[in-house]
Design a protein around this ligand. Structure first.
Ligand code: SAM
Ligand code: SF4
Length: 342
């Protein structure tokens, strides 16, 4: 196994392997910390302090980081935020990233609100996959969660994406105890009727308000039992990609699959192959990490590709075995989900 050794110069092609042998092939790129809604589990309601625009990486800077990362084995990209579709001209970034040798897949996670006007452009630019986040079909509950109205826009966004040719769209729903139980069956039925791959995500302590409580976590296991008894029987499905965070189940009637991202109750850190870069160019090796590696400083101070290679390897070498949420010493990161990039 090739291991990174700090005293040696970095091989410009060396894979990003951490000290636990995890090979990193996936990079999540936050393109903005701004958003057009205000989900309580992510952003504050008021007085959000967004980064000044000049602090955000330009598309060219993002592409530079990706081209170096791809030489070290990064193959999949996911654009996220904040809400990635509020970043102007995002299709242009996708076109640039599509040109980077080694990149096999570009995906996007969005709240879907701006998809009606962007889906065709995104498809034409070469976007491969789409995840749309929707926690509630009920407008009043959607508004309670997001502090904005928008269910109809999200539904129109999903329809627009399907009409633009996106297939196998994933629908991500954060589940919250004593709040979203009534949405489980309607969301499952909606996903099955509309050929969407629904995944429930456990609520993680990444809210800006720092109000997360463990008893708000509605476990994937509890949801699975509800679906199996009220929608259709389920059988665990084979996982082609072991690094996927979701445990997938197939409905016994063969109509769609459903996944559970049990980040809190069943952490999947041992298979993690992901790195992240924030909108202002800070590399991170974990959602819950407390250290960042400053790629923007290298990009804006005339640093070389070798400097970026070194930074990527430093970031990977420092990765911990797990997020440590189950430890009594666990502290949530200072930055909330919208500032890191989910
Ligand atoms: N704005 C886009 C969206 O909502 O899809 C992309 C960014 S968002 C931060 C990415 C994903 O993280 C969404 O599916 C969102 O529901 C999820 N998320 C945000 N805060 C979370 C939290 N505290 N726990 C679990 N999932 C969270
Ligand atoms: Fe915006 Fe996504 Fe955060 Fe909701 S989860 S506030 S849509 S960035």
């Amino acid at each position: 196994m090739v291991r990174y050794n700090k005293v040696m110069a970095i091989d410009p092609q060396s894979p990003l392997i951490d000290s636990f042998g995890r090979v990193h092939t996936s990079l999540r790129i936050s393109v903005t910390d701004r958003c057009n809604i205000r989900c309580f589990y992510c952003m504050p309601l008021e007085n959000v302090r967004f980064k000044p625009r000049e602090e955000l990486l330009t598309f060219e800077e993002m592409t530079k980081v990706v081209s170096v990362a791809a030489r070290h084995g990064i193959r999949k990209l996911r654009l996220t935020g904040g809400e990635p579709l509020v970043r102007a001209n995002l299709a242009q970034l996708i076109r640039l990233l599509k040109e980077v040798p080694g990149i096999d897949e570009i995906a996007l996670t969005t709240n879907g609100i701006l998809l009606p006007e962007t889906a065709v452009d995104l498809k034409q630019a070469g976007l491969d996959r789409l995840n749309v986040s929707l926690d509630a079909l009920d407008e009043a509950l959607f508004e309670k969660i997001t502090r904005r109205q928008g269910v109809q826009k999200v539904l129109a966004g999903i329809a627009a994406a399907q009409a633009a040719g996106f297939e196998q769209i994933r629908l991500n729903a954060v589940a919250i105890r004593n709040l979203t139980e009534g949405e489980i069956v309607p969301l499952a039925n909606f996903a099955r009727e509309n050929d969407l791959h629904l995944r429930f995500i456990e609520f993680m302590p990444l809210d800006a308000d720092r109000a997360w409580k463990s008893d708000q976590v509605l476990s994937g296991e509890a949801i699975r039992e509800i679906i199996a008894s009220q929608v259709a029987p389920l059988a665990e499905a084979n996982r082609a990609d072991k690094s996927q965070p979701a445990v997938d189940f197939a409905y016994a009637d063969g109509r769609q699959r459903i996944g559970f991202i049990n980040s809190v109750t069943q952490p999947f850190c041992q298979a993690c192959n992901r790195l992240r870069i924030t909108a202002e160019g800070q590399l991170r090796n974990c959602l819950f990490g407390t250290t960042e590696w400053d790629a923007r400083r290298i990009l804006r101070s005339g640093g070389s590709d070798a400097d970026l290679s070194q930074l990527l390897h430093d970031c990977v070498a420092a990765k911990k075995a797990s997020h440590g949420m189950d430890s009594p010493e666990f502290m949530p990161p200072e930055r909330a989900m919208y500032q890191i990039g989910g």
